[in-house]
Write a protein that binds this ligand. Structure first.
Ligand code: FES
Length: 177
């Protein structure tokens, strides 16, 4: 939570049938409010799991390919004009729920009503929303139970970073549109 990055606002881009590519994010928090260390790639981006099956949550480990995860890039933005929260850009991983995105982080590929990026919105990380990339509450029905904690730190160093190294690079090469 700082103001040192006002000139470099992060962005999020859902990859078709893949993870959320996040560029320029500094503040990623687990469900306890503890900061999750971001293993930055050369381009400064990370890949967050949105299929719900990664073994290195919240980071992508490539499992979406194994399970043949299907998800469009952009869903219908929620009609929530009240979501005008201000503050530093940050992503909070919630317990058994979505990514809580605050601070007006642009979601690339999404046409927001009025072309105004809301101060707060939620992105599905269980893989089952009917309106991906947005959360529609389905995580409760499917019993998504990931605690939203940074339990992957050790695994990420070994396996996750290897997979993450592929995802952002991949995403970077397909972002022309
Ligand atoms: S996290 Fe998937 S529907 Fe809410």
């Amino acid at each position: 939570m700082s103001s040192e990055h006002d000139d470099a606002r992060p962005t999020i881009k859902p990859r078709e049938n893949g993870p959320l590519r996040v560029d320029g994010l500094r503040d990623l928090f687990d469900s306890r409010g503890d900061r999750i260390a971001i293993a930055r790639r050369g381009k400064g981006n990370i890949a967050l799991c949105r299929c719900g099956e990664s073994h290195t949550k919240p980071f992508c480990d490539g499992t979406h390919k194994v399970i043949d995860f299907r998800a469009a890039i952009a869903g219908e933005p929620p009609d929530d004009d009240a979501a005008s929260e201000t503050g530093s850009p940050a992503v909070h991983v919630t317990a058994a729920g979505p990514y809580d995105v605050i601070g007006g982080i642009e979601l690339l590929g999404t046409a927001w009503p009025g072309e105004t990026v809301p101060g707060r919105y939620s992105l599905c990380r269980c893989g089952h929303s009917g309106n991906k990339p947005f959360c529609d509450g389905t995580h409760q029905q499917v019993g998504f139970d990931d605690p939203g904690l940074d339990t992957t730190a050790t695994a990420r160093d070994a396996a996750g970073s290897e997979a993450a190294a592929q995802e952002p690079a991949d995403a970077g090469g397909s972002d022309a549109g």
